[in-house]
Ligand binder design. Structure first.
Ligand code: PRP
Length: 204
């Protein structure tokens, strides 16, 4: 029996479809239920940012989460397989026409991904003030809250429609199948079995 943490939304739906394909069954959460029990798996529906927490604490054996979220959280879990969904970039954005100059003093950077941001600027020995926001990050440069943002870019539409451009890409992300380190040992056969089955579908 494996417990699987899935992030609410499209990724959960896609992942359950893969499980359905593998086992020739339909896996679906009832209405507002957050737990789905089947003979071989218990599925948990959690917030995207909470998937790795469930897996890290072994409340779930495996899970599905974006590598950007995992990098930001820095939780020690096993990255089993790139599911090649939810592909996006974490990029630096600025108002169109403004110069990307890391030598400018007193730079302010707004982001919801403060750890990725901190690491990026530390590696370049640039001291910046990081302003933590929880959403609508693209607004910050427009009203002078920050000089630049570090944010997720998928289609690029949000930046474009708000007069921002990408000046640098920090990382590429996609969703990964992850596993708890102890579960990977204690339930190795089960974990590897589902890994192989999913791998066959993702990388036919
Ligand atoms: C993300 C991100 C951008 C947007 C980028 O936010 O913060 O605002 O998506 O997508 P695009 O390049 O396709 O326009 P999301 O909608 O995930 O909401 P969140 O701020 O609640 O994470």
């Amino acid at each position: 029996m494996l417990t699987v943490a899935l992030p609410k939304g499209r990724i959960a739906k896609d992942t359950l479809e893969i499980f359905g394909q593998i086992f020739g069954d339909e896996f679906k959460f009832d209405d507002r239920k957050l737990i789905l029990e089947t003979p071989n798996f218990t599925f948990l529906l959690v917030r995207n940012q909470d998937v790795a927490t469930y897996v890290y604490h072994q409340a779930a054996d495996i899970g599905v989460v974006g590598i950007d979220t995992l990098e930001e959280q820095g939780l020690d879990v096993i990255r089993l397989l790139d599911l090649k969904k939810g592909v996006c970039k974490v990029s630096i954005g600025m108002k169109k026409g403004e110069k990307f100059d890391l030598n400018k003093p007193d730079l302010k950077v707004a982001s919801k991904m403060v750890n990725i941001t901190k690491r990026y600027f530390e590696e370049r020995a640039v001291s910046v003030e990081i302003i933590k926001l929880y959403g609508s990050i693209e607004l910050a440069p427009l009203i002078g809250l920050a000089d630049m943002i570090v944010d997720v870019v998928e289609t690029g539409a949000t930046m474009k429609q708000n007069g921002l451009v990408v000046v640098e890409d920090i990382m590429t992300s996609s969703t990964y199948l992850i596993a708890n380190k102890n579960s990977y040992i204690a339930k190795k056969d089960e974990v590897l079995d589902i890994y192989e089955k999913i791998n066959k579908i993702i990388n036919p």
